[in-house]
Design a protein around this ligand. Structure first.
Ligand code: ADP
Ligand code: MG
Length: 428
């Protein structure tokens, strides 16, 4: 085996929230990028994929552990690493040519050397004719070409890509993926190793030689899949679909096996998935219509959704005990069947019982309101508590979900103007 170009050694990363507490995002992550390979990093949203990529790019410092390029510890952005972003990150007041040149300017390449290199990068990525256009004149696909050209103009040894195709329409994304692979196959292509973050499983299997799956809370590598297929890959071939299946399984397995832990879950150790009652209910209806068991990837593709879109619903159903998952399948529990078939009042009753027992934040709000004067509390009280374990955005999202669930269950009411939570009078 060739020597690794990039080595990530037991990297742990926590962010400090406004109240000074540490939020773990990555935990003891180890990985290597070797010469000649494309590695995909697959994981649900929030699992720390971008953070890991930024650590390798030298943009973020790990809290513990090291990232090395060769033998050198990565402590700042390096000249031989380039990054492509999901949102293109172009400067709107610069032309295509100037945006691409920016990559070289940052490296202090003399002016005389820049022009031929910019021209070469622009040609290579199919932007000739657009040199003087401004980003706003370009389609998303053309903008991402500029993103690629700006990264490739520095002839990076290591190319890092953070969901580079996910903001593009399907055909444009497919087209650019194909072009990237053709460039990669050229012997003159200077890049030796690629790490690509994605939440799209097919994309990972189409491009990567190895797929690493990152688990949530805090992010750690859950497993690795070797793809072992030649380019270009037949995305309908049996081997391809087998690997897609394996990746789905690895991504979805053990999504909510938290009950095995002895410590009682709390609102911060068991966050609520970002799922509305309507979303959860709709998904359970679909599963019930298929006899109570469904393949999660098929469910997602049948809805024209990515797995990432449907996973919060699956996680929520699991957390509430409405369904279980294993091997990429979701199966309704008895409560799940009853919920899917019940009339609205019965469904609310089932949901109320499960949410109070199994969703720690809903249980905590219910309990606090029961003990509060007038059975009322300001939302700020809960937000303060949530900020101890979540970032501001995440804390707001947690509360929003708990309000949605508790309202539906008729456990409590929320007055958005007064920012006041009130326990439902009919519950005692
Ligand atoms: P992914 O790319 O897998 O969606 P990220 O790496 O962007 O995940 O984020 C992982 C977690 O870290 C999220 O909960 C996010 O809110 C948090 N996070 C990321 N960057 C910061 C930051 N600069 N400060 C605080 N929290 C952050
Ligand atoms: Mg990200």
């Amino acid at each position: 085996m060739s020597t690794p170009i990039i080595t990530v050694d037991r990297v742990t990363k926590s962010f400090t929230n406004p109240s000074g507490e540490q939020l773990p995002v990555l935990s003891e992550v180890c990985l290597e990028l070797r010469e000649g390979e494309i590695v995909a990093l697959l994981g649900k949203s929030g699992s720390g994929k971008s953070t890991l990529l930024r650590i390798i790019a030298g943009l973020v410092k790990p809290s513990a552990g090291t990232a090395r390029h060769g033998d050198t510890e990565i402590t700042e952005p390096g000249a031989s690493t380039a990054m492509v972003f999901q949102t293109f990150a172009l400067l709107p007041w610069l032309t295509v040519w100037q945006n691409v040149e920016l990559g070289l300017r940052a490296q202090g390449v003399p002016v005389a050397e820049r022009a031929p290199r910019v021209t070469a990068a622009i040609d290579m990525i199919g932007l000739d004719g657009f040199e003087n256009a401004y980003p706003k004149e370009l389609s998303g696909g053309m903008r991402q070409r500029v993103g690629f050209a700006r990264a490739l103009v520095v002839q990076p040894e290591v190319l890092l890509m953070d969901e580079p195709f996910s903001a593009l329409d399907v055909l444009t994304a497919e087209n650019l993926r194909g072009e990237l692979i053709r460039l990669w196959a050229q012997t003159a292509f200077p890049t030796k190793t690629v790490l690509m973050v994605t939440h799209n499983i097919e994309e990972a299997v189409q491009l990567a030689d190895r797929i690493l799956v990152l688990d949530n809370n805090p992010g750690r590598i859950k497993g690795e899949i070797k793809v072992g297929l030649e380019h270009p890959r037949d995305t309908r071939g049996r081997h391809f679909l087998n690997i897609v299946d394996q990746a789905y399984r690895l991504l979805t397995d053990g999504a909510f096996d938290g009950d095995r832990h002895a410590i009682a879950p709390t609102p911060t150790t068991r966050p609520l998935p970002d799922a509305s009652v309507d979303g959860i209910g709709g998904m359970l209806d679909l599963v019930a219509a298929q006899g109570g068991c469904a393949d999660i990837p098929e469910l997602a593709s049948g809805l024209r959704f990515e797995i990432d879109d449907i996973m919060p619903l699956v996680d929520a159903a699991g957390l509430l005990g409405l369904a279980t998952t294993s091997g990429g399948e979701i199966e309704l529990t008895l409560d799940g069947h009853n919920f899917a078939e019940a009339d609205i009042n019965k469904a609310k009753e089932i949901f109320a019982r499960l949410a109070r027992d199994k969703a720690p934040l809903v249980g905590a709000i219910d309990h606090a309101l029961a003990n509060a004067h007038n059975n009322q509390l300001r939302d700020g009280f809960f937000l303060d508590l949530l900020r101890r374990g979540f970032t501001e955005d995440a804390a707001q999202r947690q509360l929003r979900t708990a309000v949605d669930w508790g309202r539906y269950a008729e456990l409590y009411e929320y007055d958005a103007d007064e920012r006041l939570l009130t326990r439902h009078p009919f519950e005692s």
